[in-house]
Design a protein around this ligand. Structure first.
Ligand code: ZN
Length: 675
């Protein structure tokens, strides 16, 4: 499970450290609701040549699957991206006109979202350019550079693509997470074939499951489920199967990477992943996951494959992603303290003893520096990761968590002094708290969320791990966040030297409540519900605590000069509320109580107060900030001597956003336009 990109509030001025302008240029581009940043890779130069080469080939493998994600996100995405890029690269007209400007913004958004739907809000983009402009530009192009289906014409291409781009009623939403609809039919993503219904999917996978199986594979993880001649069948993503042309390239780079492995264990990890890509056998994927979670010795590490299931409303099918990283040894001292005390935290958590792990196994946590992100981690990237996702592997072998500090640092540095806290925070008292403690409490919350939160608790015997269906992602994120929030205020944290004093946690509490009750709404369009799992989780926690604490006036929404602010009157009671909710969410997960989970999410996490929402949007608009951020990768370059041998790998931080996207589309694109 990944913690997704930081909330807008956590981007605000928090360390007080000033970076002199020109030292490192964090901001690369800005368009629509997005700001593109650059991250630094401190310590890369000090790695050995072998480690750098390992990182290089893992990074290459991490870009080879880019097309897979586009296709997973929607069956016309590759054809649309290629058509838009063909226009962009061959455009000869006036670039200052409104149609062209809007066209360019749209293309940048499609690149960012890996498709035509918003990466976070899930809604289809509304193009600001006209259909006439689009069609006339397409007609100017040589048909040979367009993604035409065999034997079809440009007219047929336009007849197919134009409604997908311009008609708001066609594929309106990438992933529909809830509501009284068939979530499979209503979702535009490409995890299921045309005509497949939610009931059919649930039935298909329920029949595969054996309730007595203690080590079930992740059914359906690496395939599209389609109907052929009325019969449901899986099209597996593997060499020789669906997405083969990209997977072959991933495998080829992984084979090169294996020759630079730091040790035999790491080599086996890479080789087992290759075997999985070849066979598509989910048992092999589990073998790979177990080997991966056991590797805590290697300095270089990576995630590559079909991992997270947020994009599938039923949480079965995984999007393709990659991160490539190495350990930050200094900062890892902090997470080592946490993982060394994992059993203490489990034993003292405010949940029913039946739901606690008697023996916490294999909890490992580290702080990492990413060197490359790809697939569903790019350009919007997580700040923390906890894997593997299979419940039985977590139970028997533990999990590995990471906090990605060079990304959190880039967020932090890029947003210093942007006026956000001045606008939304109640008083100087809270602003000072956030300035003094914000960066350490943010990172600590991520550590606790990933390392202990996701890894904590256990299912009662016989509970189906998929029992919470469309609500599972939100509730799982809530569980992890609550675990972190509850413990941040524990005296144990100070005893372990993880926070400097008993006031520090208040910074995180204030920020969390302000974000969950108000400021994360800057990401939602007027009239829309909260959809994304992490956002739902934050609103769930904040609204629940606000409502439950009303009688004691624990948290207030107070007005001043017509503006609404969050005021926390009693931090200790707020902590107790977090503990109570953690107990309940853990019970829901452990027992698989779908009805209670659904009610909690629907009551607190989804709906938005329209008046408060508009107020927040207006105040935010005046600041001229971007609610979402993403990253370009540094370019890794091989340095060779006159014999062609690689003597070094260096990083180049000068590539722009459009340049990088066009280069990736040119050099890492292997799939047909229609899959
Ligand atoms: Zn998480």
């Amino acid at each position: 499970m990944t913690v997704s990109i930081l909330s807008a509030s956590t981007c605000a001025d928090s360390t007080g450290e000033q970076v002199s302008p020109g030292e490192f240029n964090y901001v690369v581009d800005k368009f629509a609701d997005l700001e593109i940043l650059r991250y630094q890779v401190p310590g890369f130069e000090t790695l050995s040549l072998q480690q750098k080469q390992l990182l290089y080939h893992l990074s290459e493998a991490g870009q080879m699957g880019r097309d897979i994600l586009f296709d997973q996100n929607g069956r016309y995405n590759l054809a649309i991206r290629r058509t838009l890029e063909a226009i962009y690269l061959n455009y000869k007209g006036d670039t200052s006109g409104r149609d062209y400007q809007e066209f360019e913004t749209y293309l940048k958004r499609v690149w960012f979202a890996n498709g035509i739907h918003h990466h976070y809000a899930e809604d289809k983009f509304i193009p600001g350019f006209s259909q006439e402009f689009f069609e006339s530009e397409v007609r100017k192009l040589a048909p040979g550079i367009l993604p035409l289906k065999a034997g079809s014409t440009v007219d047929q291409l336009l007849a197919e693509l134009s409604p997908v781009i311009f008609d708001p009623a066609v594929f309106p939403k990438k992933t529909v997470q809830s509501g009284d609809v068939d979530v499979i039919v209503a979702s535009a993503n490409n995890y299921y074939g045309e005509g497949v219904t939610q009931a059919e999917v649930e039935n298909f996978y329920d029949r595969m499951k054996d309730p007595a199986d203690q080590t079930p594979v992740s059914y359906g993880l690496n395939s599209r489920l389609v109907k052929e001649n009325g019969v449901l069948t899986e099209k597996t993503w593997k060499v020789g199967g669906l997405y083969s042309d990209a997977i072959v390239q991933i495998v080829s780079e992984l084979e090169k990477a294996a020759t630079f492995a730091e040790n035999d264990h790491q080599r086996r990890i890479i080789e087992t992943l290759i075997a999985f890509y070849r066979s598509g056998d989910l048992k092999t994927f589990d073998e790979y996951s177990v080997l991966w979670v056991q590797d805590t010795a290697s300095e270089v590490d990576f995630v590559n494959g079909f991992i997270e299931t947020y994009g599938d409303p039923l949480g079965l099918k995984a999007s393709w992603e990659s991160t490539v990283n190495f350990i930050n040894k200094e900062a890892t001292k902090r997470t080592k303290i946490i993982s060394d005390h994992a059993q203490w935290f489990e034993d003292h958590s405010p949940v029913d003893d039946r739901f606690k792990k008697k023996e916490v196994k294999g909890v490992s946590a580290k702080v990492i520096t990413v060197a490359s992100i790809g697939g569903d981690c790019y350009p919007a990237t997580p700040i923390g990761i906890n894997l593997p996702n299979a419940d039985w592997i977590r139970r028997d072998h533990g999990s590995k968590s990471v906090t990605i500090e060079n990304i959190t640092e880039a967020y932090d540095k890029a947003s210093q002094g942007n006026g956000f806290n001045e606008e939304f925070v109640w008083s100087d008292t809270e602003r000072e708290l956030m300035k003094q403690y914000g960066f350490i409490t943010d990172n600590l919350h991520t550590d606790l969320h990933e390392c202990l939160g996701h890894g904590s608790g256990q299912l009662l015997p016989g509970t189906d791990p998929d029992a919470l269906k469309a609500y599972s992602s939100t509730l799982e994120e809530a569980r992890a966040d609550l675990f972190g929030l509850y413990y941040m205020a524990d005296p144990k944290i100070i005893e372990l030297n993880l926070l400097p004093d008993a006031n520090a946690y208040k910074s995180e509490y204030y920020k969390f409540m302000m974000n969950g009750l108000m400021t994360q709404l800057v990401r939602i369009e007027p009239g829309k519900d909260v959809e994304e799992a992490h956002m739902r989780n934050r609103q769930l926690i904040a609204r629940w605590a606000y409502e439950q604490g009303k009688a004691d006036n624990v948290v207030e929404l107070r007005k001043r000069d017509g503006k609404t602010y969050v005021v926390i009157n009693d931090y200790e009671k707020l902590r107790a509320l977090f503990g109570t909710l953690l107990g309940e969410v853990q019970r829901i997960k452990s027992e698989g109580d779908l009805a209670a989970g659904k009610k909690l999410v629907e009551d607190y996490a989804v709906k938005v107060d329209p008046v408060l929402h508009q107020e927040i949007l207006d105040r935010y608009a005046a600041l001229n900030l971007s609610p979402y951020k993403g990253f370009v990768n540094p370019v890794m370059k091989q340095v060779t001597n006159k014999n062609g041998e690689v003597t070094d790998i260096v990083l180049d931080y000068t590539e722009g956003y459009t340049e990088q996207m066009l280069r990736y589309s040119r050099d890492y694109s292997f799939l047909p336009s229609y899959n």
